[in-house]
Design a protein around this ligand. Structure first.
Ligand code: HEM
Length: 232
């Protein structure tokens, strides 16, 4: 993931990233071969069997889909849980409110997605036609990125945007993107976060931060912690 960053990634990170991608491809190539030979009741077997209008996924498409689902489905949710927990622990009034009134869990998770968005920047887009935004001229075909993290703190859309408010309503955040590329896994991610926070709140009544300055991963398009030391 570190090597995937066009802003901070250096040569060494790019080298490690290529190596990691090569082992991920090896891993899935073996797994796909095994599932072709003896299918199971799992996602890879379903992807191999999937047909659409007589067409099926090529080997490269299968590999691409497996890598995408693993990265898009894992790293992001890990960061939602980590960032969300950090934010709750930094806002004890909100944490106490959630402990007292667990019906706020749904809106609390939406607020975590807005306030510390795990995906800060979109995948690349290419302008279909020329336009001007924020005084900048964008030409047709030019590559642009959408800054979800910034949009989620936009004062034109959120009152007091730098305040973490688990009761915030409405909360039209872009934590899962928007439009045709809207996150495929959003419902699953919300369920995972609900399970994680329900258990953390129940099982760790005295949880508190062990450091005021946890380290962030050196990636700008995602936002996530390297680790979150806590005392329980
Ligand atoms: C908290 C967790 C998650 C967050 C914050 C998140 C965020 C996002 C965002 C912002 C996009 C849009 C990217 C863009 O427009 O350029 C996206 C797309 C996507 N996400 Fe997620 N995601 C999460 C969890 C998941 C999970 C669990 C899965 C799969 C199991 C998943 C699979 C995907 C896929 C396949 C796309 C591409 C959809 C498309 O281009 O049509 N995501 N996600």
């Amino acid at each position: 993931m570190a090597g995937s960053d066009s802003v901070l990634g250096g040569e060494e990170a790019a080298r490690q990233s290529h190596q990691a991608m090569a082992s991920l491809v090896d891993y899935f190539t073996t797994l796909i071969r095994q599932r072709r030979h003896s299918p199971r009741d799992d996602l890879i077997s379903a992807l191999i069997a999937a047909h659409d209008a007589g067409d099926s996924l090529s080997e490269d498409e299968l590999l691409g889909m497996c890598v995408l689902l693993l990265i898009a489905g894992h790293e992001t949710t890990v960061n939602l849980i980590g960032n969300g927990l950090l934010t709750l622990l930094r806002h004890p009034d909100q944490l106490n409110l959630l402990r007292r009134q667990s019906e706020y869990l749904t809106s609390a998770i939406e607020e975590m997605l807005r306030y510390e968005s795990p995906v800060q920047r979109s995948t690349p887009r290419f302008a279909a036609e020329p336009f001007v935004i924020g005084g900048e001229q964008i030409e047709a075909g030019q590559q642009i990125s959408l800054m979800f993290g910034a949009a989620n703190r936009d004062p034109a859309h959120f009152s007091d945007p730098d305040r973490f408010d688990i009761t915030r309503q409405p909360n039209p955040h872009l934590g899962f993107g928007m439009g045709i590329h809207y996150c495929l896994g959003a419902p699953l991610a919300r369920i995972e976060a609900r399970v994680a926070f329900t258990h953390i709140l129940e099982r760790l009544p005295a949880i508190r931060l062990a450091t005021d300055t946890p380290a962030w991963k050196p990636v700008t398009w995602l936002r996530g912690l390297k680790s979150l030391p806590v005392l329980v």
